[in-house]
Design a protein around this ligand. Sequence first.
Ligand code: PHB
Length: 369
Amino acid sequence: MEQRSRLFDSVVVGGQLLRNRIVLPPLTRSRATDDGVPTRLMEEYYRQRAGAGLVISEGTVIAPQATAYARVPGLYSAEQVAAWRPVVEAAKRDGAVVYAQLWHVGRQSHSSVQPDGLPPKGPSAVPITGYQYRSPIGRIPYEVPRELTTADIAEIVEAYGTAARNAVRAGFDGVELHAANGYLIDQFLNDGSNRRTDRYGGSLENRTRFLHDVIAEMAHYLPAERIGVRLSPSSDWMDAHDSDKRLLYSTVVRQLNGLGLAYLHLVEPEIAGSTTVDRPADSIPTAELAGIFDGVVIVTGGHDQASGERLLADGTADLVGFGRLFIANPDLPHRFLIQAPLEPLRHAGIYGGGPEGYIDYPSLATSGS
Ligand code: PHB
């Protein structure tokens, strides 16, 4: 039997009314300048995808040291803030609410992209094994990261606050903290990458401290109800290992309750970074963690319209992200609405390059069909 669509129901997030529950999730596309400055190409890309209820920017780095890859945008310089403004405006042209995803990659970086040419820093001097760094000359091993000092940690926390302030100045409605996929915050959470013996390592209270320091710092510059947090609780991508992930992430979600955040954004267990994998044997059901959270939940990872509707119908999610479908179908909400066929994703042009594979996917309205 045909069920009423819930994807087109409105929903309130962070005190703002969204006209649908369809999310453009954060997607690295590498079309900024070498200095991390947003470009006209990005403006067009976000303009094309403005039909989402919530647009979340691609991962945007909080400092030059925070990046792993070329042409990822930043929010640490005045030039970047100024260049984000028209991009954010374009994303808002149809009333979408627009958040900036704030990113620090920690040990997933490489000396070749570090400003000082030295290996990146992470919670502990534990390198990523089992994965290789995506360099311009091909895949190369990750390096042993340098252990962050407490002064380094304080500096990074401050940089998150500055980036949040800059996001507001650039016109973003809120920020999403990237605490997923084995990046810096996730490196602090997981005991495989965090061997610290100070107040940032050891107990769950200590390993979650960095996350809470960052949220508290950002909350100086925008209300907590405009801060979302993204987690990938079942993923061991990029060597994100913990001795008890269920305890770790259920504790994190419980801690986030009561902070009055905009939302919790959960990545499905079948997603490993940018790839799809078999659901890990010890995966934590998304519904279980969503059920612990007392606010708005976004779920992203491999969903189509039908499975997205099911997530809303069974109460697991309040909003659903569609990454790959949105890359290939800029007018995805419109296509969902009229049940139009979807364009397939082309691999070429996902990361970096020019307009090809970025802004040349057709919208039905402009292709005349
Ligand atoms: C990627 O560039 O492949 C990528 C970036 C951020 C993520 C996951 C994957 O969280």
